[in-house]
Design a protein around this ligand. Structure first.
Ligand SMILES: [Cu+2]
Ligand SMILES: [Zn+2]
Length: 186
């Protein structure tokens, strides 16, 4: 009899506990995937190239902080853009489409007001082929709006972007591509 009571008590206890953890689980997604979350694109080389790296997008007061670290580049400047489609499946990354341009502007550099949203300019590699870039972009968004880069892609090019030739800065072949998705918040 005593054993039965103890068993019943622990069974009730367990049931309450699992209900509580279910509630906790159900609430977790609501606190994620907000505009305060950060995004990431992990870049892979297109056919015949060896560029790898990652680009993170973090919301800050006056825009989106972009931090890029790449390796396997030729020394010098390389065009660096957000392209319209989150599809890096083609061997030459042509599946990523054109520069992300939801407002119908001409191609330009990141500091020009009238530009493609995707115009991040250039990333410059050192003599070892490594590149780092840190700047705050004032036009792109991570919110659920027309300027959001979520679900689009980052593309790195073989040549430098001259920031003026239409429609893509004459930056040549696409040597790396990565889809932009939500990252784990820290
Ligand atoms: Cu591009
Ligand atoms: Zn452009």
């Amino acid at each position: 009899m005593l054993i039965m009571k103890a068993f019943r008590a622990s069974f009730v206890g367990l049931t309450c506990l699992s209900f509580a953890s279910l509630v906790a689980l159900a609430q977790t997604p609501a606190t994620k995937s907000t505009a305060s979350s950060k995004a990431v694109a992990v870049l892979h080389p297109s056919a015949g190239n060896k560029v790898n790296g990652a680009v993170t997008f973090t919301p800050v007061a006056d825009g989106v902080q972009i931090h890029a670290e790449l390796a396997g580049l030729t020394p010098g400047k390389h065009g660096f853009h957000v392209h319209e489609f989150g599809d890096c499946s083609a061997a030459d990354a042509s599946s990523a489409g054109a520069h992300f341009n939801p407002t119908g502007q001409p191609h330009a550099g990141p500091d020009t007001a009238a530009r493609h949203e995707g115009d991040m300019g250039n990333i410059e590699a050192d003599a070892s082929g490594n590149a780092k870039l840190d700047y705050v972009d004032h036009q792109i968004s991570l919110a659920n709006d027309a300027k959001s880069v979520i679900g689009r892609s980052v593309v790195v090019h073989a040549k430098s972007d001259d920031l003026k030739t239409q429609p893509s800065g004459d930056s040549g072949a696409r040597i790396a591509c990565g889809v932009i998705g939500w990252a784990k918040s820290q």
